[in-house]
Design a protein around this ligand. Sequence first.
Ligand SMILES: Cc1cc2nc3c(=O)[nH]c(=O)nc-3n(C[C@H](O)[C@H](O)[C@H](O)COP(=O)(O)OP(=O)(O)OC[C@H]3O[C@@H](n4cnc5c(N)ncnc54)[C@H](O)[C@@H]3O)c2cc1C
Length: 368
Amino acid sequence: MKVIVVGAGVVGAACAYEASGLGAEVVLVDADLPGRATAAGAGIICPWVPHADDEAWYAFACAAARRYPALAAELADSGAGDISYRRVGALIIAPNEDEVELECRRMLDLRAAAPELGEVRLVSAAEALDLFPPLRPGSMGAWIGGAGRVDGRRLRDCLVRAAHGRGAALVTGRARLVCRAGRAAGVEIDGQLMEADAVVAATGAWTTSFVEPAGVVVRVTPERGQIVHLQLGSADTSRWPVILPAASRHYLLAFEDSRVVAGATWEPASGFDARITAGGLGEVLAHALALAPGLVSATHLETRVGLRPAGPDVRPLLGSVSGVTGLVVATGLGASGLTLGPLAGAVAARAAIGVDQPIDLSLFDPLR
Ligand SMILES: Cc1cc2nc3c(=O)[nH]c(=O)nc-3n(C[C@H](O)[C@H](O)[C@H](O)COP(=O)(O)OP(=O)(O)OC[C@H]3O[C@@H](n4cnc5c(N)ncnc54)[C@H](O)[C@@H]3O)c2cc1C
């Protein structure tokens, strides 16, 4: 069985890894398009915040988050490297003790069905400063011990390496879907036809145009996110928690190399414009410095820009396309694709090959 996976973001890379593990002959194609979301994503793995209204999304996200420690261990054992996943915990910052207690109660309610949410407790302003020194003095919060973070680029690179180690071929180029008589026959790259038994569209924000030759409409739009990377002298930031203000979509997190990441803009009208803008940079820095004034003298390392693939609702667009044999879609992960991506990719691989699924795919019909 030959499977062509188009798109090597987190979803396509995970799909190629799973499909090659299931014995398929896999080709993973990517065009390195500007605005690839995985290369910009913050990497917060915390499906419990903000509160999710959609049960199917929430169940999928919890299952995906639960798999992370085992996936990290599996990839490390295979020699593919360290994906950088760490359970560093998260702090929901709220304006007063009553609100912090309310957040703690919400988290304790969720923990009953999701023990991986971990320890929940009130963190005083003094302890908050110990945990994340640049924070505004007086900030208190609710602690979620099970929250984690991962660097999307490292995760993707490890998955690609591991897929390659299992025999997957890697091709750079822009693929065009080729359909014949109601089936996905393969892709064309630079005028060359490459045939396959199944094609997986893991093409992120570009999926609507990619599947057009199949005569179907998959409703995905790009939502730009600009995110700023700062460096704080030689501070050991490796265990700093994720900072999630209760009243805002902006956040902070940290990685090993004294790196603090401040996110992010949310620009649903951006189209495919992957520029860094003055307004975007200003917005992210203003929120970051209000939350953590201690970042004021940090070095600006870089600003990353990604186009989140947003579907018509929060659920993934995932599974076989009805009416087009051999075409599988795996996208629509929006703002939580680094959390959901490894599981979504694995599910897409199983759909392409036609083996049992761990989840009910009828909830994620890509043509809805
Ligand atoms: C600023 C920002 C912050 C984020 N923070 C988080 C977070 O904290 N937690 C979280 O869980 N998620 C987060 N996300 C969301 C997450 O990054 C995305 O949902 C996820 O990376 C989407 O992965 P993907 O593989 O679907 O798409 P992408 O990573 O965009 O990959 C699609 C790939 O397809 C390729 N491609 C497209 N068309 C073609 C073609 N025709 N031929 C060949 N290649 C093609 C592109 O080059 C690209 O590499 C964030 C996103 C952004 C932008």
